[in-house]
Structure formats: C-alpha cells, structure tokens
Design a protein around this ligand. Sequence first.
Ligand code: NAP
Ligand code: MG
Length: 487
Amino acid sequence: MIPFNELNAPRQLFINGEYCDAASGKQFDNINPATGASLGGVAEGGAEDIGRAVAAARRAMDDGKWANMGSHQREGILHKLADLVEQNAKNLALLETYDTGKPYRDALAVDIPLSVQTLRYYAGWPTKLRGETNPVAGNFLTYTRREPIGVIGQIVPWNFPLFMAAMKLAPALAAGNTVVLKPAEQTPLTALYLGQLMNEAGIPAGVVNFVSGFGGDAGQALISHPDVDKIAFTGSTGTGQHIMRTAADSLKRVSLELGGKSPHIIFADADLKSAMRAIGAAIFYNQGEVCIAGSRLFVEESIYDQAVEAAKTAAEKMRVGDPFDEKTRVGALVSAEHFDRVCKYVELGVSEGAEIAAGGAPIDTDGKGFFYPPTVLTGVNNQMRVVREEIFGPVLSIIPFSSQEELIAQANDTQYGLAAGLWTRDVGKAHTVAHAIKAGTVYINAYGLLDASAPFGGFKMSGIGRENGEDGIKMYTEAKTVWTSLS
Ligand code: NAP
Ligand code: MG
C-alpha cells in the first residue's frame, strides 16, 4: 500500500487540456470511507466552470480536429489511451480504493481491467462505424452516415468510478464527439487523473473535460446547459427522471443507466453446488454497491432451507474490513450518508417482519470507517419495502416460490428491469423464463458478467438505451440520410 499523499493525484478541474482551480476557488473535502478521514480538498466546480468546459468542448467539436480526424489515426490515439490506463493500473487502483473503500484487489483485478477492455474495444470502432445504402424507389443514390452528436455531458456514480467513466468516454470519443464529464462528489480522483492521460495519448485540448463538483450545482449546470447536445447518465432512478425532465427543454438526447432490484432465481433442478456458490458474490461483491446486484433471491420451496444456509455461510465467510488487506472481500460503504441509508433499510426490514439470518448490524468503528457486514433477510415477501426498493448495500432478501408462473410474476413485479439470473439444468425452462423476465440482461447458470461487446442497460425504470457493443456507440451518433438524384 502506498500512502495517499505519495500518489500526487491531480485534484483540480481539467478543462481545455489544462488543470485549473474552480472559478470560485472553492474546494470540497474528499473523505476516505475506510477511515472517515479527509484525503484533502478537491476543486469544487460550479456553473461557471461548466460553462468554460462546455465552451472548450464546443470549440473542439466545431474545429473538426477530432471529429474529422482520419479514422485510423483516431483509433491509434484511443488505443494509446487504453495502453496508458493499463500502464497506470496500480496508481488508478490505489486511488479508486482510497476514494471508494472497495477492496484494492478488486479494484486492480476488476475495475481497471474492465476499463481498459472498454477503451480498447471502442478504440477499434472508428474504422468500423459505417452507414448503409438504402434501396429507395426512383433514380436516387441514398445512403446514411453516422455523425457525432456533438458536445456530450456525462455524469457518473461512485460505485465503479473509473469503469463507469470509461463506459461513457470510450464510445463517445470513438464516434467523434467531445465531452464534459462530472464524476460523483464521493469519488472524483480517477476521473481527474485521466486528464493527464488524455494529453499524453494525444487527444486534442478541449475534446475531454473533467469537472468535479456537486450534483445540484455542477451537475445541474451541465444538464441544463443549452450548448450540450446529449446527457449520458448513470445513477439513481430519481436523478435520471430529473435529468430527463430538464433535458426536455432543449430536447437534449438522453441515455440513462439507473437502479435495479434484480431477481436471482434458483430452480430445484439446477446444478445446486454452482448455484449455491453464486449467491454470495451476486449480492455482496463490491459491498453490494452494484446496480445489477442479485438482491432478491427467489428459490424453489424444496431447496429454500439449503439456500438460506448457503447465503448465511457466504455472508459469514466474507471478511469485512481494511480495503488494503489481501484477505478483505467486503470493504467500506462509500460514505457516512450511504452507510446510514443501509442501516435504516435493515431496521425497516425488521420492522416489516423480516428475520435476520446473518449480519444485520453495523460494525462499530466510532466514525472511523463505514462498514456494514453482509446481511441475509428471511421471512420476507415481495411487497415489503426492503424487497421493493434498491438498498445498494450488502443486503439479501430470500423468497421461496412454488411454481414457474408465480415466480415470473413476482420477478417482474418491480419498477426495475436491469438484470436477472436463473439457475436450472432444463434448457427449455431456462430460455422460457429468460424471455419472460423484463430485464436488459439475463444470466443463465451464471451471474454478474459484463463485457464491452455485450449490450447493457435497463427495461422499465432501470433506464433508456444500451451501453456497450454496437448499440453503445450508435447511442453517440445521429444518423443522417443523404439523397442524390442520379437523373
Ligand atoms: P445519484 O445521486 O443519482 O448520483 C449519480 C450522479 O448524478 C452523481 O455524479 C451525482 O453528483 C449526480 N447528480 C445528482 N443530482 C444531480 C442533478 N440534479 N443534476 C445532475 N447531476 C446530478 O446516485 P447515487 O446515489 O450517488 O448512486 C447510486 C445509484 O446509482 C443507485 O441507485 C444505483 O442503482 C445507480 N447506479 C446505476 C448503474 C447502472 O449502470 N444502471 C450503475 C451504478 C449505479 P454528486 O455525486 O456530486 O451528487
Ligand atoms: Mg472519496
């Protein structure tokens, strides 16, 4: 472990290729959630800084240096960016750990490699993004072009800060857009660090800008700025709704990746050894701060007791504590505020009649770190708030079911539709249930996988649009149809 101060992490805004203070000169305190102590001040961007960043992005869009750059050259630069992130993996993983409280081993093994994979995947797209010729009536040549949308405002959450930023930056840049990105106030460091890598990779000044600050101030200024053409957002459903309403004024394009309360289903005919083993990671990984967490575990009645036992064992086995300890599997929750939210949800569950099979009480650190142990709730049903609302913490609810019809109805009885998982050896049943579940991603005999080439996003109130894959880059383009008379 390297002490934070030795990492020399940039803590200023990155606008038009340069680090700078906020116009107001203000900074906010960045807290390490594993100790409760301050990591120091970070520039607190506001409306004026967003204005400067959007102006820089607009100039960089309109001068055409990026959008009209040869596609092979743009690919080369984006590949260099991916290489640089990979070369800086250790620093980035350390910063991510200090900022989020997640286990360092996970930051290094998962967050950074997934970010690199995403950057590399989209680095290959500038030479593949193409239009089509259209077989129209009459004597015309008609074809489409995929043009960049323009200036994109991107707002990301705190659970996978670098990876979420990479999922947004990579396709936007590959398609030739320019960007102003606001990281979450709890976790600004890895985004700000990327600034220097943008310069080193050769991305022209103004093409990517990072403005740290608060959602209600910098975020609000970004989503309401008239010169921003699209907002891409990942975060809570409530903020997503607010963004969509605000965007309506100027008809900005929006893509939204929002919350979830994903059903994780085990049928009695599954490979039970594998299924039972998957329960813990599906909900407790990353402290349960995962939008696709399998937070509602539905198990067929005959194996209910076995599943409760497996969940309990997994919960008790996962070591909670210092994110830099190799043996730690569950680190700190991201903030005091979020910690309180998780505590209150478990209390609410108990008041609704839930029983605690594991965990259930915060770890007392006297304010020096925000740790909550993996928790398993039984005696719950799909109507309780603790089962309906997203907790975004390490809290699992287990619910028995007796028939496939009842299971499908319950799994879909939610405002969300981000992901689902199911375990069975019956291939017909597997696909029938996968098709019946209203969710953007369904895992069969697996859980929680993500890949830059596979579309990802939500049905219903879990979002609009799909990131990753070809869908992910198309979301950052406008189709233009060109007609030419041949007569
Ligand atoms: P949040 O409050 O919605 O914050 C997400 C981002 O939006 C932050 O950068 C936040 O800034 C910003 N923001 C807040 N208010 C804003 C406003 N009025 N205008 C513009 N931006 C604003 O969500 P959170 O509670 O921090 O994050 C957890 C939630 O994100 C969970 O509900 C989870 O499901 C969801 N999530 C979804 C996915 C997915 O892929 N679908 C992935 C990760 C997380 P500040 O931090 O500065 O307030
Ligand atoms: Mg922090």
